[in-house]
Every structure is written in structure tokens, then in C-alpha cells.
Design a binder for this molecule. Structure first.
Ligand code: 5GP
Ligand code: ZN
Length: 159
């Protein structure tokens, strides 16, 4: 027995909202959904993450993707959903039991803002914003997303 959070969820020691289960996988609603559908698909076998997976785990990883496809069929969201696997803390992995996120519907603001902020950091553009806004990355990301939505974004290169 281990005390991994997702192993405990699979064993039923921690409650979860089950969405799907088969021989190899268990799927449940994310406790903090980032989109209208946000399901986590986990292999029943404890594997720490994608980079720790062995050749013998290849089928399991495939089963997780197929479970997500089954869930998408069940929910009639086959026309558009994403499966995402965060690998390592720098990519946002916070639970170290391999899991596939299955997202559908409009991605919520938090995720969009983080994506916009990252874009802002990577591209190295300065935003047309007040000094206060430039000092506050959360507010900067928010403005970036808002202006992208309004199509009135203007970038100027950092000097
Ligand atoms: P990661 O950040 O590792 O890619 O994803 C972990 C996910 O697990 C997060 O989206 C987080 O909201 C979710 N999560 C963390 N703890 C629990 C829990 O106790 N129950 C459920 N259902 N989801 C959880
Ligand atoms: Zn585990």
C-alpha cells in the first residue's frame, strides 16, 4: 500500500466523482476544473510520471488515451477535446501518479491567463500598459487576454 493521492482515490479511500473505469484505468472529475469538462484519467498501476514510465508501461499510457476517447464518446464531446499530460513540476505536474487531463469546452480564465502570461514572458514583448500593470504579471496577463479578445492589442518590442 502506498499513500499516493491518486492510488488512494483508485482504492476508494478518498472520494472522487467517478466518470469511467475499466481493467487498466480509472477516471474522475478534477476537483478544480479548468474547463466545463475536466476529467483525469489515471492508470490503475502506480507510475510516477511519463518520464519514469518504462517500455512495459507503453500499453497503459495508450489505454489512458483510449479511456479519454471513450469518455468523449459518452459525453458527446468528440468534435473537440484535448488530452494533456503534464511532465515534471516545471510543466505543472503536481501529483506524481501519471494522469491524462481530458478537457473540453472553453478553457477557463485561469488557464488562459497563465498561457497568455507565458506567451508574454517567452516573446519578451512589452505591453502597452501602465507601469503599475507592468509590475503586476497577473494583471498584465489579464489585460493581455482582454485586449486579445477585444482585438485591440498593441505590442511594441522591448528595447
Ligand atoms: P497536474 O497538475 O499534476 O497535472 O494535475 C493534478 C490535478 O489533480 C490538478 O488538476 C488538481 O486539480 C487535481 N487534484 C488534486 N487533488 C485532487 C483530489 O483530491 N481530487 C481530485 N478529483 N482532483 C485532484
Ligand atoms: Zn499512485
Amino acid at each position: 500500500m502506498n499513500d499516493c493521492l491518486f492510488c488512494r482515490i483508485i482504492r476508494g479511500e478518498i472520494p472522487s466523482k467517478k466518470v469511467y473505469e475499466d481493467e487498466h484505468t480509472y477516471a474522475f472529475d478534477d476537483i478544480n476544473p479548468q474547463a466545463p469538462t475536466h476529467v483525469l484519467v489515471v492508470p490503475k498501476k502506480h507510475v510516477r510520471g511519463l518520464k519514469e514510465a518504462m517500455a512495459e508501461d507503453a500499453e497503459l499510457i495508450g489505454y489512458c488515451q483510449l479511456a479519454a476517447a471513450n469518455i468523449a464518446r459518452q459525453r458527446s464531446i468528440e468534435d473537440g477535446y484535448r488530452t494533456v499530460l503534464n511532465v515534471g513540476p516545471r510543466a505543472g505536474q503536481s501529483v506524481f501518479h501519471l494522469h491524462v487531463h481530458c478537457w473540453a469546452g472553453e478553457i477557463c480564465n485561469g488557464l488562459r491567463d497563465r498561457a497568455a502570461l507565458r506567451l508574454f514572458q517567452v516573446c519578451g514583448f512589452a505591453l502597452e500598459a501602465s507601469p503599475r500593470e507592468r509590475q503586476d504579471p497577473d494583471s498584465t496577463a489579464h489585460i493581455l487576454v482582454h485586449n486579445l479578445g477585444q482585438k485591440k492589442l498593441s505590442f511594441r518590442p522591448k528595447i
